[in-house]
Ligand binder design. Structure first.
Ligand code: FES
Length: 105
């Protein structure tokens, strides 16, 4: 059960212990000022947009085409940081990952 470090939309910090086998979407929609995840993980809403710190971004599996297309349609897209939380699998290898919830659009 890796622990991740999250800054929510209000700037508050959270330490979250997350279950392997889920995606980042599940824990991030449970916190105050987290993500909405309106499509429930179907990669079609972008309301689960997060910024992964560049060091951690480089360690994650690559974005697939649909994810990148949706992210590039957002106003605050950041190449090298933006991910959809619903498309990032939680594994033990993300112990210590740091992210910030992207602004609401
Ligand atoms: S929850 Fe909708 S794109 Fe991730």
């Amino acid at each position: 059960m890796p622990r991740i470090h999250v800054t929510d939309r209000a700037g508050n910090r959270h330490e979250l212990d997350v279950d392997s086998g889920l995606t980042l979407m599940e824990p991030l929609r449970e916190i105050d000022n987290g993500i909405e995840a309106l499509c429930g993980g179907m990669c079609s809403c972008a309301t689960c947009h997060v910024f992964i710190t560049p060091e951690w971004y480089a360690k994650l599996p690559d974005r697939h085409g649909d994810e990148l297309e949706l992210l590039e349609s957002t106003e605050c897209f950041r190449d090298g940081e933006s991910r959809l939380a619903c498309q990032v699998q939680v594994t033990d290898s993300i112990e210590g990952l740091e992210l910030t919830v992207a602004p609401e659009e």
